[in-house]
Ligand binder design. Structure first.
Ligand code: NOJ
Length: 558
């Protein structure tokens, strides 16, 4: 099938930086923009093309930047607007693209808009947020039964004006009211402010929560307590009236229109919760919505061939070409990928081989490429407000049993650059970084892994280099190779008009033999750094894969 030339964003690889934890050049134990500029060489050498930055806008930092008090300024902890301009310029000089984190859903309660809004019932900004009267007695009960994403009622009472305001996440993050056209216009202009500067895209924070039911109807009961990546039901609520409303999906189309005012093309990727099928609605019937959504069902899948085959098939079905899926293993809210797969480095190499060869855009969370692990932190002293919120509840023990992390500190520790003090994260060796660097940094760090051909880092590098030179890996159609003899592996091909590439992944700790689909296979990549060829003659025309090995090959040109 003839395929249209793909846009740059469909071919890219995105790396997520949590700015607080990347590189500290001011010596205060907190990462900064200058630090990121200094590490661009590293990212370029790794093969990264696009960087998404968690928010560095002005903020009281109660939720480390996801509580914004000025959407058009840089927080002094990270630098100045000058540093931002320099970062953008340095990235564009290298042909890298910049993606900002856009938190449209809410502001900080210290945002001047909210301060005004809360000042009196008739303030012109009152209707910028969602205020409602409480129920009886004396209005001291929340307006309805809605639950916040972090647990408890989604309403906070304001003594002064004797009304409640709505928040979907944490009480210091009041939700903006998008039924007010002024709010919409202001936020669209905020997007234009950054797009005019040359920013290449936005990641949209909890976009599914933008609109709520206008008449604030009570939510319906659900049996699900814990949240999941597959569905929005949680905390015994269906979230029918506060999440994924039709208005929110329409809003995605409006956001896209703002992006389409700009050339060259920019993109939107949504953090949206729901099943793959539900998320596909945000892409729009004519690809006129979000360019991409995070497909967390893949992230959440058991690291087993059956589970992956199932989720990839559903993704291919719900989002066939020209839609662009995303493939993600981690972010700043989740237990680190390597820890979720029991620190199995071979498996990590196998999984990144899959991630970088599926049809879609891969997102890599900083530190994943060196195999950084999740770190345990005490909930009482957690930097993450969610950790502190739950530290008093016995629930935190139950949650631990289910393998969900309560504090997100564990996946946000400083990047491990070297075996110097503080893992080389800060130029001040005596400072205690905002989150403690785990002892594992002596073994797991960029400097050490650079020198080891067999390291995870070099595996990422080899794969990214191959991806860059193989058009078929981003524009080829995807197909599983059916009828394979082994249920313990995943085999697929990617084909375009001129090329065909095969990916064979062995998920078990034993050798396996698999049928070779071509006369003479030409090895392009193996997770084993020392494999140089595929010898099918020795195995009756079969390909032998070593334990947990992944390979990429094509037919040798005659
Ligand atoms: C989702 C973000 O990923 C998370 O880090 C943040 O705390 C919440 N949204 C609230 O903005």
């Amino acid at each position: 099938m003839l395929q249209k030339e793909k846009s740059w964003w469909q071919k890219t690889v995105v790396y997520q930086i949590y700015p607080r934890s990347f590189c500290d050049t001011t010596g205060n134990g907190i990462g900064d923009l200058q630090g990121i500029i200094e590490k661009l060489d590293y990212l370029e050498e790794l093969g990264i093309e696009t960087i998404w930055f968690s928010p560095f806008f002005k903020s009281p930092q109660k939720d480390h930047g996801y509580d914004i008090s000025n959407f058009r300024d840089i927080d002094s902890e990270y630098g100045k607007m000058m540093d931002f301009d320099k970062l953008l310029e340095s990235m564009h000089d290298r042909n890298m693209k910049m993606v900002l984190d856009l938190v449209l859903n809410h502001t900080s309660d210290e945002h001047p808009w909210f301060i005004e809004s809360a000042s009196s019932r008739d303030n012109p900004k009152r209707d910028w947020y969602i205020w409602a009267d409480g129920t009886k007695p004396k209005g001291k009960k929340p307006p309805n039964n809605w639950k916040a994403m972090t647990g408890g009622y989604a309403w906070k009472y304001d003594e002064k004006t004797e009304q409640w305001y709505y928040f979907h996440f944490l009480p210091f993050q009041p939700d903006l009211n998008y039924r007010n056209p002024e709010v919409k216009e202001e936020m669209f202009n905020t997007m234009r402010f950054w797009l005019d500067k040359g920013v290449d895209g936005f990641r949209l924070d909890i976009l599914h929560a933008i609109y709520e039911d206008e008449s604030l109807r009570d939510d319906e009961f659900s049996w699900h307590l814990f949240p999941s990546d597959k569905r929005v039901d949680s905390l015994f609520r269906k979230h029918k009236y506060d999440l994924n409303l039709p208005e929110t999906i329409d809003f995605a189309f409006e956001l896209r229109k703002v992006m389409d005012e700009y050339q060259p093309e920019r993109f939107l990727v949504g953090e949206v919760y729901g099943s793959i099928e539900e998320l596909s609605k945000y892409y729009g019937p004519k690809s006129n919505g979000l360019n991409m959504c995070f497909l967390f069902e893949y992230t959440d899948a058991k690291p087993k061939p059956k589970a992956y085959r199932n989720v990839i098939s559903r993704i291919e079905k719900a989002l066939p070409y020209p839609y662009t899926p995303t493939y993600v293993y981690g972010n700043h809210d989740m237990v680190r990928h390597l820890s979720r797969i029991d620190d199995n480095q071979q498996l990590a190499k196998l999984l990144v081989t899959m991630q970088l060869t599926l049809r879609g855009v891969p997102f890599i969370y900083y530190g994943e490429e060196i195999g950084m692990k999740n770190v345990n932190f005490d909930l009482k002293t957690s930097e993450d407000p969610i950790g502190r919120k739950f530290s008093k509840f016995p629930l935190s023990c139950i949650v631990k049993l289910f393998g969900i992390s309560v504090t997100r500190d564990g996946c946000r520790t400083p990047m491990q650059w070297s075996n110097q003090p503080n893992a080389g994260f800060s130029n001040n060796e005596t400072i205690e970084p905002w989150l403690k660097v785990p002892d594992s940094y002596k073994k797991i760090n960029v400097e050490k892994e650079r020198k080891n051909p067999d390291s995870i880092l070099n595996c990422y590098k080899r794969l990214l280099a191959l991806r860059k030179k193989s058009n078929v890996l981003f524009d080829g159609l995807f197909d599983f190779i059916e009828g394979n003899e082994n249920k313990n592996c995943i085999t697929y091909k990617r084909c375009n008009n001129d090329d065909k590439i095969y990916v064979y992944l062995n998920f078990i700790n034993d050798e396996i033999l698999l049928t070779c689909p071509v006369e003479e296979p030409n090895l392009l990549f193996s997770t084993l750094s020392n494999r140089v060829a595929i010898d099918i003659k020795a195995y009756h025309r079969k390909i032998k894969l070593t334990p947990l090995e992944g390979i990429i090959f094509k037919e040798k040109r005659k």
